[in-house]
Ligand binder design. Structure first.
Ligand code: TYD
Length: 206
């Protein structure tokens, strides 16, 4: 079972993922909790290049290829082996982030980014994608209030960029209805966790 957590900045998906993973482990499931870009040393090295605030002249297509490269390395070294062993893989961001950020917001075209990623992933799609939906204004307000979270290059994008990210995510949820569930992330944390857990239970047949 391959479950991905997607959403704009400040949607709380990482906090929710941590709680869900703990719940699954308590029930005896073997879970691998990982994130993109990153998740393995090589993929984390690529992540540092992508998110470095100094790299303001990183070309959008080069950026898209770096995400895809880090994704492939992560699949090879971590995700595919875990799935083969029957584990549940919970991944904070995956392919849909590339489709929404690079394809939609950076305007490289969702189909172009999909084909680059099909080469990278050999057609691996998540079984379940939870989209934590929140208006960018509210998400960015949360980030500003959280002093522990480091601001990265993409956080510094203008609000219009984040609006396009949100729209693209919602379009993807509509296009891939068989694997997407939209969670209202503007609710209190307990409620978001509860709604997320209901979807996981449904998917796992608990
Ligand atoms: P991260 O610090 O992990 O952000 P968050 O906590 O919001 O998940 O940074 C990841 C950034 O990279 C985030 O701004 C989204 C972006 N991103 C893409 O643009 N394309 C991608 O394919 C992925 C995986 C992430």
């Amino acid at each position: 079972m391959f479950i991905t957590f997607e959403g704009p900045e400040g949607s709380g998906k990482t906090t929710v993922a941590n709680i869900i993973v703990t719940k699954l482990e308590k029930l005896g499931f073997k879970v691998v909790h990982t994130r993109e870009p990153g998740g393995t040393p090589i993929a984390e090295a690529i992540r540092n290049v992508i998110l470095d605030k100094k790299n303001t002249n990183l070309d959008p297509r080069a950026e898209a290829l770096l995400y895809a490269a880090s994704r492939r390395q992560h699949l090879i070294e971590k995700v595919w082996p875990a799935l083969k062993e029957g584990k549940i893989v919970v991944c904070d961001r995956f392919l849909d982030s590339s489709l929404a950020y690079q394809g939609g917001a950076r305007e490289l075209g969702v189909d172009n980014i999909l084909s680059v990623n099909m080469f990278a992933t050999e057609g691996t799609f998540p079984d379940l994608t939870l989209l934590f939906d929140i208006a960018p204004e509210d998400g960015l307000k949360r980030i500003a209030a959280n002093a522990n979270r480091e601001v990265n290059r993409l956080d510094l994008e203008k609000i219009d960029f984040h609006k396009k990210v949100r729209e693209s995510f919602l379009e993807l949820a509509n296009k891939y209805q068989e694997r997407f569930v939209v969670i209202d992330a503007n609710k209190p944390l307990e409620e978001v966790v509860e709604n997320t857990w209901l979807e996981i239970e449904k998917k796992l047949g608990l």
